[in-house]
Design a binder for this molecule. Structure first.
Ligand code: NAD
Length: 258
């Protein structure tokens, strides 16, 4: 039980990586606040974990008032907050730059980047009390892979999350709050079906590899639980000298597709 006695806030907990991580954190002993817009999925998750050790929070990470309220809900329920997994995100619109509207750009940045800022900002006063661990979900896109032409807003938001992590890791080190960022490659989650792809054939440059796109798996996507295990490690005391670091979890994908 690596996370016994800890209280965790997981954003984007309704599906994919967030859901797998909320589940694993609970099995490792943490109490989990599962935040996202999917009421039914979150209710199911809370039922699975047990309502003594999990709560569902309906909030939008891009809205300051909702995130402030979300953190207050956690404190009212359990009195402390030790772990934050800032994971909620969207692929948004992938399109040639001239076709991408300013509103589409803003939406991706508001959820992925501002959402990370707000999640961490409102949690901080409580994390600082006893120290803690923050893990941010970035991506291979924008950090070690730049061949996903059209995913510009997404990649920029993900690159900025790495800078955010490093800035804040230094700022929070005196408070014993560690901040790390994970960069997954292709993981089998619903995010791929939600991507709004437009006219990408106009800008994408074909890339072909003889042995498939993910060296470690001959092309198969990763599993959300593989990512959850990394997050639990970073959240735990086993990672107590690790801060300000990005870790790619992609089976070597981004080494080929950079
Ligand atoms: P997902 O779509 O299954 O999960 C994303 C979650 O974020 C969903 O529960 C969604 O409802 C939630 N969310 C979206 N907008 C929100 C908002 N405004 N407020 C609160 N919650 C919101 O996809 P996933 O693959 O599990 O994605 C999780 C994170 O992993 C994202 O940040 C994504 O960019 C990143 N990522 C995923 C992959 C992949 O291949 N799946 C690769 C690299 C990075």
């Amino acid at each position: 039980m690596q996370l016994e006695g800890r209280v965790a806030l997981v954003t984007g907990a309704g599906s994919g990586i967030g859901r797998a991580t909320a589940d694993l954190m609970a099995r490792e002993g943490a109490k989990v606040a599962a935040l996202g817009p999917e009421e039914e999925e979150l209710r199911d998750l809370v039922r699975e974990i047990g309502d003594e050790r999990a709560i569902a929070i309906d909030a939008d990470v891009s809205q300051p008032d909702q995130m402030e309220r979300a953190v207050r809900t956690v404190i009212d329920r359990w009195g402390s907050l030790d772990l934050v997994f800032a994971n909620a995100g969207i692929n948004g619109v992938w399109a040639p730059l001239e076709e991408l509207s300013p509103e589409e750009w803003d939406k991706t940045l508001a959820i992925n980047l501002k959402g990370t800022f707000l999640t961490v900002k409102y949690a901080l006063p409580y994390l600082k009390r006893h120290g803690g661990s923050i893990i941010v979900t970035s991506s291979v896109n924008g950090t070690r892979m730049f061949s996903n032409t059209g995913a510009t807003a997404y990649a920029c938001s993900k690159a900025a999350q790495v800078a955010f992590t490093k800035m804040v890791a230094v700022e929070l080190a005196p408070h014993k709050v560690r901040v790390n960022v994970i960069c997954p490659g292709a993981i089998k989650t619903p995010i791929h079906e939600k991507t709004d792809r437009r006219d990408l054939e106009e800008v994408q440059i074909p890339v072909e590899f003889p042995e498939g796109q993910i060296p470690l798996t001959h092309g198969a996507q990763g599993d959300p639980m593989q990512v959850a295990r990394l997050v639990v490690f970073l959240a735990s005391d086993a990672a107590d000298h690790i801060t300000g670091t990005e870790i790619w979890i992609d089976g070597g994908e981004s080494l080929l597709k950079g």
